[in-house]
Design a protein around this ligand. Structure first.
Ligand SMILES: CC(C)(COP(=O)(O)OP(=O)(O)OC[C@H]1O[C@@H](n2cnc3c(N)ncnc32)[C@H](O)[C@@H]1OP(=O)(O)O)[C@@H](O)C(=O)NCCC(=O)NCCS
Length: 209
């Protein structure tokens, strides 16, 4: 039985190393291919935890973290993520940014990804956000490390009410597992306008974030 728990403020500190471990593990796979390092992760996650209105959503199996997702007010997000919205003249006070969702592959396909969205959208509503957004890395279809039978998450994101916005893109830099040094990656944003209505009912194990 997986429990979903939303943690905010100083309480997040306890969980950051576990979140770092999962990010390194899960983002090593296509399409991220991230050659992660714990020191960078600790800095990144400490910044995230210190940012205004951030929330860490945990998936816990017997109190072990098997997945996590993040949400924060866009105004506190890294400049690389804010830039396209600033350039488009958007009011970033209205936007809640979802940083990532990562789940140990052994626990996938049980609806936890949906629960991560439920909890993050709940957090966004509590912040008074009107729009939620996240971005995804762009990789060519013929990328040499794309596994046979790889299924993109686009259909899932559409189902959650998100629209891909090719006019909102950014670049983010990291070292791929097959590269000698860091390279810039093209990231495209997906957006959803929040309404009072939940996209799907909150699940019993996630009654309110
Ligand atoms: C994103 C992620 C957390 C979703 O986890 P999950 O618990 O398996 O998701 P769910 O079980 O809630 O399924 C969500 C949808 O994904 C789809 N899905 C299930 N397995 C899939 C797979 N292997 N590939 C693509 N889509 C899949 C299903 O269609 C499902 O939608 P449904 O409502 O029609 O059944 C998980 O896939 C993951 O960690 N991926 C790697 C990291 C990543 O790419 N994160 C997103 C960007 S930060």
């Amino acid at each position: 039985m997986i429990k979903i728990r939303t943690v905010t403020g100083a309480a997040m500190t306890t969980w950051l190393d576990e979140a770092a471990r999962l990010r390194i593990l899960v983002f090593r796979d296509f399409p991220y291919l991230y050659d992660g390092h714990i020191d960078y992760e600790r800095r990144y996650l400490a910044q995230f935890a210190a940012a205004a209105d951030s929330a860490l959503i945990l998936a816990l199996a017997d109190d072990q973290v098997v997945g996590c997702a993040t949400a924060m007010a866009m105004r506190g997000a890294d400049a690389d993520f804010r830039r396209p919205f600033d350039a488009a003249g958007a009011n970033t006070d209205d936007i809640c940014y979802f940083g990532e969702s990562v789940l140990d592959a052994r626990y996938r396909g049980q609806g936890i990804g949906h629960q991560f969205f439920d909890a993050r959208e709940q957090h966004a509503r509590q912040l008074g956000a009107k729009v939620t957004t996240f971005c995804a890395v762009q990789r060519p279809d013929n990328h040499p490390l794309r596994p046979p039978g790889y299924r993109p998450l686009d259909a899932f994101w559409h189902k959650r009410g998100y629209q891909r916005r090719d006019d909102l893109t950014t670049q983010f830099t990291w070292k791929d597992i097959d590269q000698p040094s860091e390279t810039a990656k093209s990231m495209v944003f997906w957006l959803r306008a929040l309404t009072g209505q939940q996209q799907r009912p909150m699940s019993a194990s996630n009654p309110g974030g």
